[in-house]
Structure formats: C-alpha cells, structure tokens
Design a binder for this molecule. Structure first.
Ligand code: PSU
Ligand code: MN
Length: 306
C-alpha cells in the first residue's frame, strides 16, 4: 500500500498563511495546456513575480506524482511547463490522481478547491470555464462553475473564455448562486476582448471594496460560494473584436470537423485562435492574466490588512 495522499504546502506558502500574510493562488492548466512552450515557463515565472511585486506570496498549484502541491519550486514549475505527459485535472480528478500517484495541471475547479483547502482566499486566472456553445447537444459545462458554487474563494478573471456561450454561462452562475461583479466596469469582460457585451449587476471599484464584500460573505455564512471579480483586459491590449469573431468561427468549425470534445476542446480552441491570429490572441490573453494577477495581489493585501 504505497498510495500517497497529500496536500503539500511549500514552506513559504505555509509560513505566509500562518502569519496572516497575503497569498494569491495561481492555476497550472494555463501554463501546461493553455500557452505554447517555452513561453509558458517565462509566463509562469512572470506571474509569480507580479504577485510578489504586489506584496503577496504566489502559490501555483499542481499535482505531481500523487502529491497536490500548493506553491511550486523552480524545478516543479519547470516540470509543469515542459512535461508533455502532464494531464489536465478538474476537481473530480484530484482524488483519483492522489490515490494513484498521477501527475497533472489543475484547472480552475481543481485549483480553487485545493487553494480553499489550504486556506487561501484569493485566486487569479485568465478566463473561467463555463457553458460551451452547443451545450444543448454536448451538455458540456465546465466543472469550474459547480466548484465555484460551493467554494469560498475570490477569483479574479477576465470573465469567461470567449469561446463559450457567455450569456448561458452568466445565467448558470446566477442559478448556482455565484456572486459576479465587474471591476470598474458595468459590462462583463470578454476574456480576449475588453467587453463581452453582456451587462453585470454589480461594479466594484477598489481592492478595499472587494475585501469588504468578502468579509460580508463570511458574516452571512453559507452557502459557501465564490466571488467572481471580472476584470477586463485594457481596451488597447485586447484582441481586435472583428478578427476575434472571424477566427473563432473558423476554430469552432475545425473543432467540429475534427471531432474534438471533452477536456480537449478548450486547449484546442485556444491554440487555434493563437495560430489564426498570428499570436495576437496570446498577447491579449497574457495582458488579461497579468492584470488579473496584479489586482489579485492588491485584493489579497486588502483582505489580510483590512
Ligand atoms: N484561463 C486561461 N487559459 C486556460 C484556462 C484558463 O487564460 O487555459 C483553463 C483553466 O484552467 C480553466 C480551463 O479551468 O481552462 C477550463 O477547461 P474546461 O473548459 O475543460 O473545463
Ligand atoms: Mn468541459
């Protein structure tokens, strides 16, 4: 019986949490499956530096050889970026992975639950998963939504990926009781795009205001839901909307033609967009993630010092 069951905090993350210092969780799927090599390793390092520059401790999360790591050292980050055998783990995969000694990058759903388990309250990513176009037939809705409906964590993101059915995703978030607020905007962001065109009910204007909402969540108690802080990519760094729409239509057709489904569809579409925009979608994606990571650090600081 050699199965390992372990959620392991790095010394730095454990120490920060014990001392009540700000910590920001980062996911690893975007590194392993969302960005091309070797740029992905650069980005992994850059995101951690941005968290530190903002006065918080980064906790990148991944599962390596059956151990769920919260906070990765340089060697582990390198493995996440370059190990081609690394799988993609949603929350439901975690127990099987830990029980069998498997390795994989964690999606928003897996990262959010491991972060919350470790006591981390703020998490930054690019764009959430959600309801896929064609959901009527595929029933494909990311497990990100389900986990956020029962995990007390604040997720800073540029909305949901624009490859999805955005209005349907917003509707599901309402049904699932997940709080959604635009950060300094009344319009839900569109991941690669500054705006998705969909309105949001709430606008928050400062990290302090976000932290106040988080404290109110705790005062009110259950259900233990997440708070989504939707932070748009700056307009001057977004992907050209006309190019986006044109290329996305082609990518969706390619996915259909090649029969791509399940976990493979999100990485497939992101990769198609990157190729068909000559890398412009990648730059917009990175601009969005950087902004989210910076804001998450500010929120984590407000949360721990307020
Ligand atoms: N944000 C990005 N790039 C990504 C993702 C988020 O900028 O690749 C990942 C997240 O890990 C998210 C996942 O949870 O895509 C959604 O995958 P799926 O649709 O299979 O649930
Ligand atoms: Mn899916």
């Amino acid at each position: 019986m050699s199965a390992i069951h372990d959620v392991r905090l790095s010394t730095e993350v454990r120490d920060a949490l014990e001392r009540g210092l700000p910590v920001v969780a980062l996911e690893s799927t975007i590194i392993a499956h969302g960005l091309p090599r070797p740029r992905n390793l650069e980005v992994a390092g850059e995101l951690e530096r941005l968290v530190r520059d903002g006065g918080a401790v980064p906790a990148t999360i991944a599962v390596l050889d059956g151990v769920a790591h919260v906070g990765l050292d340089e060697k582990a980050l390198d493995r996440v970026a370059f190990d081609e055998d690394l799988r993609k783990f949603g929350n439901r995969d975690l127990a099987v992975a830990l029980g069998t000694g498997a390795s994989g990058a964690t999606t928003v759903s897996a990262t959010a639950s491991l972060a919350a388990r470790a006591g981390i309250r703020v998490f930054a990513t690019g764009g959430l998963g959600g309801v896929h176009r064609g959901w009527r037939f595929s029933q494909d809705e990311s497990a990100d939504l389900n986990v956020l409906s029962r995990t007390r964590i604040t997720v800073v993101c540029a909305g949901v990926k624009s490859i999805l059915d955005v209005p349907a995703t917003l509707q599901r978030l309402e049904t699932l009781n997940v709080g959604v607020a635009g950060y300094r905007t009344a319009v839900f962001p569109g991941f690669y795009l500054h705006s998705s065109g969909e309105p949001v009910d709430w606008t928050l204007d400062s990290p302090g205001q976000v932290a106040a909402v988080m404290r109110a969540q705790d005062v009110l108690g259950g259900p233990e839901t997440a708070l989504i802080v939707a932070n748009p990519v700056p307009e001057n760094e977004q992907l050209d909307p006309a190019l986006h729409d044109r290329v996305l239509a082609g990518a969706l057709e390619a996915a259909e033609r090649e029969g791509v489904t399940g976990q493979a569809i999100t990485p497939f579409l992101l990769d198609q967009l990157m190729r068909q925009t000559g890398g412009a979608s990648l730059e917009a994606n990175l601009a969005a993630v950087r902004g989210n990571v910076r804001l998450a650090a500010e929120i984590a600081v407000s949360w721990t010092t307020g």
